[in-house]
Design a protein around this ligand. Structure first.
Ligand SMILES: [Zn+2]
Ligand SMILES: [Zn+2]
Length: 218
């Protein structure tokens, strides 16, 4: 009798272990990011972006062949720029089936229209209608666009680029700006490069849990 209970008990234990194993495996997000470099984006920067995505999110990264920036995204209101919102649409519609998230990289200036919480163009309109930005990503979504144009500073450009990229991918994964931890990569970049330089390179515990990413403490 006791042996029978033991046997059933063991069987149950194995079953519970098996079910939880499958559950845990499924909850770990394994996604593939496709880097789309535009107009001879430097290889060294591509490599460092690739490395930061795989170390922070543990995603696979594929580098797609370089392309020219689509001409219909060009605008010249204040200065020559490419509209980031249009570039996101372009990336989204050119996403191969094997890729979950598209990440466009350019050295050219990119812009978007900054709106207030009611959805109107922020005032002064002349300033915010075509607003130069570091990066833009859908939240949630499958495309992000980052430019090094406003990140350039000797010795700092690559670190800034890695931070902006992992921030925009965080938005793609559904993360909002983070007020839990000032060192979190999802801290609001506001309108200043200072915030980016002050932010850490990692997701805080709260954001990590939200996207099922193991907290990287190194
Ligand atoms: Zn953001
Ligand atoms: Zn956070």
């Amino acid at each position: 009798m006791n042996k029978r209970i033991l046997r059933w008990g063991l069987l149950l234990l194995v079953l519970v272990w098996g079910v939880s194993y499958v559950f845990i495996q499924n909850s770990i997000q394994t996604k593939t990011v496709g880097i789309q470099p535009f107009e001879n984006f430097p290889q060294e920067s591509i490599d460092s972006v690739k490395q930061s995505i795989s170390s922070l999110y543990k995603f696979q990264v594929v580098v797609l062949p370089q392309q020219n920036l689509p001409k219909d995204c060009f605008i010249n209101v204040k200065s020559p720029r490419y509209r980031a919102d249009k570039l996101l649409k372009y990336l989204k519609s050119n996403r191969p089936d094997s890729i979950d998230l598209m990440l466009g990289l350019t050295t050219k200036d990119i812009s978007t229209t900054k709106k207030d919480k009611d959805g109107n163009v922020k005032k002064p309109k002349s300033k915010y209608e075509d607003w130069g930005i570091f990066g833009l990503g859908y939240r949630p979504g499958n495309a992000a666009m980052v430019s090094t144009f406003r990140l350039r500073k000797p010795g700092l450009t690559i670190e800034r680029l890695q931070k902006v990229v992992t921030h925009e991918i965080g938005h793609n994964l559904g993360l909002k700006h983070c007020s839990q931890n000032k060192n979190c990569i999802m801290d609001d970049a506001a309108e200043s490069i200072k915030t980016i330089d002050a932010a850490g390179r990692f997701l805080c515990d709260y954001c990590s849990r939200k996207v099922n990413v193991q907290h990287a403490s190194e």
